[in-house]
Design a protein around this ligand. Structure first.
Ligand SMILES: NC(=O)c1ccc[n+]([C@@H]2O[C@H](COP(=O)([O-])OP(=O)(O)OC[C@H]3O[C@@H](n4cnc5c(N)ncnc54)[C@H](OP(=O)(O)O)[C@@H]3O)[C@@H](O)[C@H]2O)c1
Length: 337
């Protein structure tokens, strides 16, 4: 059996080429899926530009995030049937517990081939059913951005009602962090340069929005908003260049979830981390158990992912990459059949 797919043949958007791949027959423990929708993450930009791994294995099918329908199951498969709407987990075999080196080597669309293909087979234990109220497009936003926000807030830190979190920007991870933190009863401070989107951010759950581009002292403002104490958790998406401010606005014994590198390379003095007894927690997405817990919460609270208004078809995937690269999106940039 073969499938249409895209392959990264070299770095640069125009080296993403349509291709055909052999996928073989469905083994006893495998599930055959017709993918219907995909979403882009900042990681996918870094991957195709050669910024993530200059030694990227090529040709590589890109993307970690896809959603589709089960069309066939192997004879030993018990948890899925034809017609189920599913997503593959970011690291296929990472079921639960602490991160292990072997799971890192299974990250879709990076360490191994990803999901930008029309038909793929997956091991049964690498799949998760999506919440019933979500479409394929909405489901395709969950595996990376949503799960990263979820694991940061509820596993690596444990936010409670009344806590305050701070998140950077209005990208995929940040918007899920806002939705989930609101669900948990937290206050949410967002630093975003998109002032025209503040109303939408507030409708989603943001308590305060501050502009990091026009207000260099936004960190002082955060301290004022928190009676000089700082926030309980920072969803750190900027990286080395924003970490100093994140430490400044984090309260004593608070948590900084180190997730992203949006603000590029910078110098960082770690002294305040120890003097404030801050927990600096690296995050690498999450496991299948966390994904299933997240989906239960999404179902219970009828949470809907924020999707950017521009729609891309499978045939125009390079346009989707180029659009995403401009940074003008609000919500997840998705591609569908
Ligand atoms: N560790 C993990 O497991 C993991 C998982 C997922 C993502 N990530 C990382 O998390 C980051 C966000 O990913 P994403 O897919 O959500 O990205 P995205 O959708 O592309 O979000 C980008 C947004 O971040 C904001 N931003 C850009 N530069 C900024 C800066 N200097 N300071 C503050 N905000 C800035 C902008 O928001 P405004 O226009 O509103 O300012 C921009 O729209 C990336 O670095 C990605 O690699 C890591």
């Amino acid at each position: 059996m073969t499938t249409d797919c895209y392959e990264i043949m070299g770095f640069g958007f125009d080296n993403l080429k349509p291709a055909m791949r052999e996928i073989g027959k469905v083994e006893d423990h495998e599930v055959l899926v017709n993918l219907q929708a995909w979403s882009l993450n900042y990681r996918d930009l870094m991957m195709i530009k050669g910024h993530y791994n200059p030694k990227l294995k090529m040709p590589l099918i890109p993307l970690s995030d896809g959603c589709g329908v089960v069309v066939e199951t192997g004879s030993n498969v018990t948890n899925f049937k034809a017609g189920d709407k599913i997503c593959p987990n970011f690291m296929l075999d990472y079921q639960s517990g602490p991160l292990n080196k072997k799971w890192v080597g299974q990250a879709l669309g990076g360490a191994i081939d990803g999901v930008l293909a029309k038909t793929l087979k997956f091991p049964e234990n690498g799949l998760v059913k999506i919440p019933d109220h979500l479409t394929f497009i909405e489901g395709a936003t969950l595996p990376c951005a949503a799960l990263t926000a979820w694991s940061s807030l509820f596993h690596y830190a444990r936010i409670k009602p009344g806590d305050t979190i701070l998140t950077y920007g209005s990208g995929g991870v940040s918007l899920f962090a806002i939705s989930f933190a609101k669900m948990a009863g937290a206050k949410i401070i967002v630093v975003s340069a998109k002032e025209e989107k503040y109303q939408e951010l507030k409708a989603l759950g943001a308590t305060e929005c501050l502009n990091y581009k026009t207000n260099a002292k936004w960190d002082d403002h955060v301290l004022e908003l928190t009676n000089g104490n700082g926030v309980d958790q920072v969803i750190e998406l900027g990286g080395a260049n924003t970490l100093e401010k994140s430490v400044k606005v984090c309260k004593l014994n608070g948590t900084i979830s180190l997730i992203g590198v949006l603000a590029g390379i910078g110098n960082f003095n770690p002294i305040s981390i120890l003097m404030k007894a801050i927990k600096l927690q690296g995050i690498f997405v999450g496991n299948k158990l966390m994904f299933e817990e997240m989906n239960e919460a999404i179902t219970l609270h009828k949470i809907k992912p924020v999707i950017d208004s521009k729609n891309f078809k499978y045939e125009t995937v390079i346009d989707a990459y180029k659009y995403f690269d401009q940074g003008i999106h609000f919500g997840k940039v998705v591609i569908n059949l």
